[in-house]
Write a protein that binds this ligand. Sequence first.
Ligand code: GYE
Length: 359
Amino acid sequence: MKKTLVLLTSLTMAFALTACGGGDTSTSATSAAQTEAVQTEAAQTGAAQAEGNTEAAPKADASGNDKLVVGFAQIGQESGWRDAETNDVQWYAARNTDTIELSFADAQQKQENQIKAIRNFIEMGVDVIVFPPVVETGWEAVLTECQEADIPVILVDRGIDPSAGEDLYTTMIASDHVWAGEQAAIVMDELLGGQGKVVELEGTVGASAAVQRKKGFDEYIAANCPDIEILDSQTGDFTRAMGKEVMESFLKTYDDIDAVFCHNDDMALGAIEAIKEAGKKPGEDVKIIGVDGVKGAFEAILAGEMNCTVECTPILAEQIFDTAAKLKNGETVDKWIMSADGVYTADKVTQEVVDGRQY
Ligand code: GYE
């Protein structure tokens, strides 16, 4: 199987380079069509950056390949959180080149590209496929193909629609996004003294991280906070630019916004800019809660411009590769390997805490 892997990988490379117009690998975003076996030696040079994973051809291993071969179909580069996850995975693989081969693809936010990348990994015969499903639905066909090829699948950081069937994947390594939404609601209730008007910036439409954070937040508010009204809720697609844009439009539409719940910190940072430009004080006139726990959010909390971030760790590489190794060995693992996350309100954020953040 491993010799076949090397051959197929080379073919995949050839296809990928043709498909992207003669192998122009200068851009930082690697499309799924450019999926290739990124030997971890290559990742070594690019471990600290999400880019730089396009040059190396797979190294043939004359003695047979006993390494753990993992195909990772990343969503894209929509947020600082996503970059942190990518860097962690590439960094970890680069530090373990003796045991791990990482093949990394960047789907540029498109489900079709993730599916293409997964199909390439199947063709390559990787040991384990890892991916965060950009949206919850539409994975039945490709996951069935993984099963038919006998390749275990680890979902990371987001899940798929439960009605599609849990049998479609092997395990999920992710935070509890419903919990995050609930924690945000509990803090919101405290910040507003139980009364006020709130807007919500949602993540990518159909992404489990957005659907579940919204569920946790909205349901908690509806059940426990009769005097908190959610005025409006729209997607900012998990990006800072859209977070800013949507917040600008909320501020034009409503002149009585007391707070905003953002499904990630990048959108919260965008919202801060919009609030400032509207002549209001973020963190005071308009309270702000985000999710993720990226350094930028901690800095904003320390500066008094944001009130809380609910952590969702992207530092998953060790768990991912350990779990993949177990699956390669035929071991059974839990269906959901849940991350332990914290809630950071202003009283918990000091310079020391900011400096100690890993991402
Ligand atoms: O919160 C967001 C990212 O799926 C948990 O995706 C992840 C989310 C994360 O773009 O910033």
